[in-house]
Write a protein that binds this ligand. Structure first.
Ligand SMILES: *Cc1c(COP(=O)(O)O)cnc(C)c1O
Length: 405
């Protein structure tokens, strides 16, 4: 690899699309898992093995639930096997029916969880200048069959929750947030986790904070929390006593061990992400037609997603061109959330005209690229990725020519 700082910048001739030699010898993934102290994790796992208590509300799950509730400043935290099950549990516990308003610009699990329990997802566009649900469009989509609005705090940036709360109250709708991206992120100085009827977190391996696989529901409602705990465990209210149609949504002890260990290293995870974010932000700042999604510095953030938008009319290169240029360098950037849920099955067949209501979503899904970050990406890596992008954008026509070979 060439030194970057203080050296002549990369030129078109240096790029892998020209040379066939990638700048990164190994594949650079976005969101390789963050791992805390291996020794502390193994100690917890040894304790679990000694206790012979692997699942069913074990001590590690109870400890993690208590710590998370305390950390997030919310009364109840119910851990689950993953966030998709958590969404389904929440939707069932809140007895959603008919139609539910949900963004198309999200990971498909948000929408699948509705469809899976037999509720019709009604796709809502994103707000101007934002990647989150447009509350005014949501209000226009309300019908007598609407039972809820589901917002997604994309990239850890909070939805317009005050406006959504007002709309939900006015129409007596449930309000649920998919906070899968938003662990350790704040809005108005308060950590996300207490908004709406409940919020759902994902602790999947690729997320900022992970339990291998896992999820959580946070809520201030004791009644809802009790219902969720029953539903999570087959509906068992006591030995041999089943009181409702539950499912198995429990988190296991080894997953909680990972969570407890990761929680002790959150500051380290955030510091690495923030360092990379600032490199990307500052290095890519002056490029016309390339815009990086900025985080509000007055809020707490996990900086897990480095998101850029590429305007082909201004740069001469499309998002897909840049994706291929980076792939040639072994940099696996991702087109989250292309092509939009409404263009995935079963939705594209069920609702073939949904795109008409979603002009901003459709435009954005052609422009967005998410860049690698996390503990596995060094500051040198981030700088080199920026240099590659800068070199490509400096010679868009030549890049297009090389890509067409
Ligand atoms: C990752 C993710 C999910 C699903 O989480 P799992 O824990 O993998 O089930 C749901 N919604 C969003 C927005 C996500 O990013």
């Amino acid at each position: 690899m060439k030194p970057i700082c203080g050296s002549p910048a990369l030129r078109l001739d240096d790029l892998a699309i020209a040379t066939g030699r990638p700048h990164f010898s190994e594949l650079l993934h976005i969101g390789r898992p963050n791992v805390g102290s291996e020794e502390l994790l193994l100690e917890r796992i040894r304790g679990m093995l000694r206790r012979r208590w692997f699942t069913n509300n074990g001590p590690l799950v109870l400890e993690l639930e208590a710590r998370l509730a305390h950390f997030l400043g919310v009364r109840h935290c119910i851990l689950t096997s993953n966030a998709t099950i958590a969404l389904e549990l929440a939707f069932r516990a809140l007895e959603l029916s008919g139609e539910v308003i949900v963004p198309s610009f999200t990971f498909v699990a948000t929408v699948h969880a509705l469809q899976w329990i037999g509720v019709k997802p009604v796709f809502c566009d994103i707000a101007p200048g934002s990647h989150n649900l447009d509350p005014e469009h949501a209000a226009r989509l309300i019908t007598p069959r609407t039972s809820a609005i589901v917002g997604v705090h994309l990239w850890g940036k909070a939805c317009a929750h005050q406006r959504l709360a007002a709309i939900a109250a006015q129409h007596r709708l449930r309000l649920v947030y998919d906070a899968s991206h938003a662990f350790a992120c704040s809005t108005n100085g308060q950590l996300i986790g207490s908004l709406g009827d409940c919020e759902i977190f994902s602790f999947h391996a690729t997320k900022f904070f992970n339990t291998f696989e896992g999820g959580a529901i946070t809520t201030a409602s004791t009644e809802l929390a009790q219902k969720l705990r029953l539903l999570r465990n087959f509906g068992f209210a006591g030995i041999d006593q089943v009181v409702n149609l539950g499912i198995n949504g429990k988190m296991s002890e080894i997953c909680a061990a990972m969570g407890l260990t990761g929680l002790e290293s959150l500051d380290e995870f955030i510091a690495a992400n923030r360092r990379n974010y600032l490199i990307y932000r500052d290095r890519l700042a002056a490029l016309p037609g390339l815009q990086l999604v900025r985080f509000d510095e007055s809020e707490r953030q996990n900086y897990q997603y480095v998101v850029i938008e590429i305007d082909e009319a201004a740069t001469g290169l499309s998002r897909n061109d840049l994706l291929r240029i980076l792939e040639a360098e072994n940099v696996l950037a991702r087109r989250y959330f292309y092509p939009g849920c409404h263009r995935m099955e079963p939705y594209r067949t069920l609702y073939p005209d949904a795109g008409r209501e979603l002009p901003r979503t459709e435009a954005l899904t052609e422009r967005v690229l998410v860049l690698p970050t996390g503990l596995a990406v060094s500051s040198r890596d981030a700088e080199l990725i920026c240099e590659i992008i800068i070199a490509a954008l400096r010679s868009p026509a030549e890049c297009k020519h090389l890509l067409s070979r």
